[in-house]
Design a protein around this ligand. Sequence first.
Ligand code: PLP
Length: 370
Amino acid sequence: MTQEISQKHSIRPEVLSIEKYVAGKPISEVKRELGLDEVIKLASNENPLGCSPKAKEALKRVIDESSLYPDSSSYELKKAIANKLNVKEGQIFCGAGSDSLIKVICQTILNPEDESIMGEVTFSRYEDNTKLMGGTVVKVPLKNNFLDIEAMVEKITPKTKVIWFCNPNNPTGGMFTGTELNEVLHKISKDVYIIMDEAYYEYVTDEDYPDSLKLLPEYPNMIILRTFSKAYGLASLRCGYGICHEELVQYLNRVINPFDVNLFAQYAAIAALEDEEYLKLVHETNKEQKEYLLKAFDEMKLNYVPSNTNFIMVDVKGQDKFLFDYLLKKGIIIRPGFLLGMPGWLRVSIGTEYQNKKFIEELKQGIKKI
Ligand SMILES: Cc1ncc(COP(=O)(O)O)c(C=O)c1O
């Protein structure tokens, strides 16, 4: 037996069942590989305006504390979140991005063969972490490119442990309303955890977006996930949080790595939360730039999914691979749909006016070459 084979046999089958996550290409890699000076990344739904200036100031202030472990309870951060959301501090848990918290939730609640229900096309980490715990992934097709929460709830069996409501859904960008949610919630047994992944919450423009926080008292089985990586512009610092019933937080805290949220993340996140003016600017700029991109897609006769996020899923009629390669050579990184379960489509993050104009110009040139 070769070394390679014997190692494979010693790896948990659950690990062998998943693939490495393919992230959006980093700017530095594209510059290096293609010898480009300017590269625009519209691939990972980051905030093109960066973070609040107040968060930058906070980072500078705490730099001398780098040698110390951070507060493992994220006390001040939880207090700031609780104050802002008007919930109890004990209802908040924090981790190194909501990605880390998705894993923690799976590690806390999933037994082998427990069923985990999710959209056919949704954030891939639900699937990977379910498989990692030996759970069974149950995928439900989208309806007109939107999560079909009614069909998802119909899939619940006595084996179901968790249902993932990604709202708005990544990578499609569409949302379901409060009315739609209320129509299905009462059908979900209290033994099933309902995960409301609201990573793009701050970008939502539709007034019918569900007020999930209000539902928490009635649904102790509900967990809301949010992040500082998107509208707050702190993706690199890795900070996400969840809100749920206090008792459940205590179990989740046993699983979260003690120093998951580093010192910089804690202080920058507090400052970012306080800077409501900046968040408003981010929201407004995104809304304005979304309109610019949608108008351009309309003119190009490209269909897209109506988005309540900072990204748009566009139907490029089967040419996602070609256009990804073409745009990359021009220094623009987007996400081809084939990597996200939507072959033939392309997901583009909404950038600055300059970035979006460049993207549209190059997209037009790329389409001419097909
Ligand atoms: C729906 C959704 N949930 C969670 C995450 C994870 O974000 P982070 O780990 O940066 O908080 C993402 C990131 O793209 C996402 O799109």
